[in-house]
Write a protein that binds this ligand. Structure first.
Ligand code: ATP
Ligand code: MG
Length: 539
């Protein structure tokens, strides 16, 4: 592709709204443009990277025996009403009406749609297992779209769904998808880690997230400094044996007192299924609403910002394990107390693990200490079980001819988010550094001075021969100064650059690596050998 003709608008300055490197660079280098908050166009360079990522995903999934299909983005509301998610999903689900006033959703995910498909088509255990996937645009009206492609409102997802006649079959598919995801993210050149996750509103059993490690990640991973243990902090169990001190218990009094955080109790009101519950955690700990949600097996907990008098509270009180060991604790705020001894002064229904894990806590597997890292969730694997097949009546006939709900798994990869995660991990201040597997072009051929006949003749010749041997070449034939061309080349970030300059008359060109910045001069006769060698070193 000749760059003089290529639709690749680059920007000298950073876009004002771009807070992170990948967003800034992808816009500046002309890979994408924003059309509305969280909604983007992929320009030719960006589209090429997307297709490369999709190619890696497709190859590995097909190899694993998954079959690609394509479902509609527009889904009838009735399907979402069948599972109850029409109400549960909330404002994230984009809804619309057709001319007959029928309600539809723009697909945020496709469990309902695919379950409705298979329930009509799969009927016997003999047809199972099946793994189906698609690569498709999803819609979620995110509260806070940000960081470019990392959190969009329209984004590209690979979603796969598996269907089984037994738990054993599901386990096999889950493990296969897990292994396949590891292969995919490795091929994509990402630094990533699978972590134990929360099954959330999907209501499943086992689930793991694949996290690209990055300081801009919105998720925090708690991992052990001494073992393979890694979990999303939402899920990491706290295993601490709190010791109660032997100090004497004083009488409870009202009023403010100064106290270190670990001597304080922080009360929080939560609303679970129309019930108001009081949750107590130690002042130096943070309430984990996901643990509350899982405790009550509900999809939603609301945490209104309400002050509460814990002595006057009439409903159920639950507390974190740490609270049990507290003596003469302090409550601050509008309804302050001193010398509160939880079990003496309150009716606490149960003590549970209700707080977020912290750095320095012992790892739940008993090996080592917890350390935190930030991650970008690029994929997730779920065991759904029969949640959707039961509510949507998708069943198969087992060997005895008895109808059973189909057992399901689902597996997502954020394709456009993965693009941004790769950009975030593989870039420097001057621009992007595409890994070979996803680079938009293999080579950047640059003529330093297009007014020099030797340079243009040689460049044109190389452009043809390199393409003949199947390199995808971006040819900078523009009438720009060398400085501008090099800046753009750094920004775009193709792995190897072939620079045709002053020594063109001697048949000598320079080859430069984007990743290390190293360069060598070679005679054009040796060019292809040199390129092959360099590419093989980069694999
Ligand atoms: P998050 O917690 O980041 O909102 P999620 O857990 O809701 O994501 P899933 O339903 O698991 O997302 O979707 C599968 C994959 O799709 C995610 O692992 C992520 O990579 C990607 N994804 C989800 N939401 C977005 C979004 N708003 N923009 C881009 N990619 C997304
Ligand atoms: Mg997820």
């Amino acid at each position: 592709m000749k760059q003089s003709k290529y639709f690749n608008p680059t920007l000298r300055d950073n876009p004002a709204d771009a807070e992170i490197k990948s967003h800034r660079l992808l816009v500046r280098a002309g890979f994408m443009r924003q059309n509305a908050s969280g909604i983007y166009s992929y320009l030719p360079l960006g589209k090429k990277v997307l297709m490369k990522i999709e190619e890696v995903i497709r190859r590995e999934l097909d190899e694993a025996g998954a079959q690609e299909l394509l479902m509609p983005a527009i889904q009838p509301a009735e399907l979402w009403q069948e599972t109850g998610r029409w109400d549960v999903y909330g404002p994230e689900l984009m809804r619309l009406k057709d001319r007959h006033d029928r309600a539809f959703a723009l697909g945020a995910t496709h469990e309902e749609l695919i379950t409705s498909l298979v329930r009509d088509e799969l009927s016997s255990y003999k047809q199972l297992p099946v793994i189906l996937y698609q690569i498709q645009t999803k819609y979620r009206d995110e509260r806070r779209p940000r960081f470019g492609l990392l959190r969009g409102r329209e984004f590209i997802m690979k979603d796969a769904y598996s269907f089984h006649s037994s738990e054993k079959q599901l386990d096999e598919a889950y493990n296969l998808m897990h292994a396949t995801y590891s292969k995919i993210f490795t091929k994509l050149g990402l630094n990533f880690r699978p972590v134990v996750a929360d099954s959330g509103a999907m209501g499943g059993q086992d689930t793991e997230e694949f996290m690209a490690l990055s300081s801009v990640g919105e998720d925090t991973i708690a991992y052990s400094d001494a073992s393979d243990y890694a979990a999303n902090i939402e899920m990491a169990e706290v295993h601490v044996a709190y010791e109660k001190s032997a100090e004497a218990e004083f009488p409870l009094t009202k009023g403010e007192a100064e106290a270190a955080l670990d001597r304080q109790i922080h009360p929080t009101i939560v609303k679970v299924k129309d019930e108001t519950i009081l949750v107590l955690v130690r002042g130096d700990h943070k309430l984990n609403d996901i643990k509350v949600k899982n405790l009550f097996s509900t999809d939603m907990v609301d945490v209104p910002d309400e002050a509460v008098d814990i002595k006057e509270f009439k409903g159920t009180i639950i507390a974190d394990h740490a609270v049990k060991a507290m003596v003469n604790a302090v409550v601050t705020g509008a309804h302050a107390y001193q010398n509160l001894n939880p079990e003496r002064d309150l009716t606490i229904e149960r003590f549970e693990d209700l707080r977020f894990i912290q750095e320095g806590d012992p790892a739940p597997d008993g090996k080592g200490t917890i350390v935190f890292a930030e991650g970008i969730e690029i994929g997730q694997v779920f065991k759904l079980g029969t949640k959707y097949s039961e509510t949507m009546k998708a069943s198969f006939l087992d060997e005895g001819g008895k109808a059973q709900p189909i057992i399901m798994g689902c597996y997502g990869i954020g394709v456009s988010r993965t693009l941004a995660a790769i950009a975030e991990q593989s870039a420097d201040e001057n621009g992007l550094k595409w890994p070979l597997a996803v680079t938009p072009f293999d080579l950047h051929l640059i003529t330093i001075n297009v007014k020099d006949a030797d340079q243009t003749t040689l460049s044109d010749r190389l452009y043809n021969t390199l393409r003949d041997i199947r390199y995808d070449v971006l040819y900078d034939d523009r009438k720009e100064r060398a400085g501008v061309k090099f800046k753009d080349a750094d920004l775009i970030g193709l792995p190897l650059r072939v620079i045709v300059g002053k020594k063109a008359s001697e048949g000598i060109v320079e080859v430069k690596r984007r990743d290390t910045g190293e360069s060598v001069e070679v005679h054009v006769d040796e060019l292809t050998t040199t390129l092959q060698q360099l590419f093989s070193q980069m694999n």
